[in-house]
Design a protein. Sequence first.
Length: 140
Amino acid sequence: MSKVKITANKEGKVVVLKSEASKNGKTYGYFRVEQPRFSAEGGFAKISRISALVTMTKEELELLNPSAGQELDGKIIVIESFEKKPGFQEKKAGAEGNVLKSGGQTIFRGTAFTTKMDAKDVLIQHDAVTVAVSAEDSLN
């Protein structure tokens, strides 16, 4: 089974509680999980880190008592949507690249932690054109 690792923030805190109670009267908090992801495309392979926030009630967080380095069964998936959802950002071509669109609509991208090991990324194909360069052309 796959694992994700709980991480601490810059101040060394693992759990961050939201300051106000929600509409249902409960207080919620979250912690961050991280997982390495292997990808290979166009003859190049790399390992990157993907992360997500896990939200729980204050009571559930106290029961779990998450700590930095603790591993949980599950995985992190990428979810893309045409809707701007909480935690989603515009999908870009690289860290500083253009915002990617599909059919003129902006694509938003987020991540989620799941214990469903058969869950898959939900990706939207963008309209950006990529230029193929042969290995011979790149040497000249």
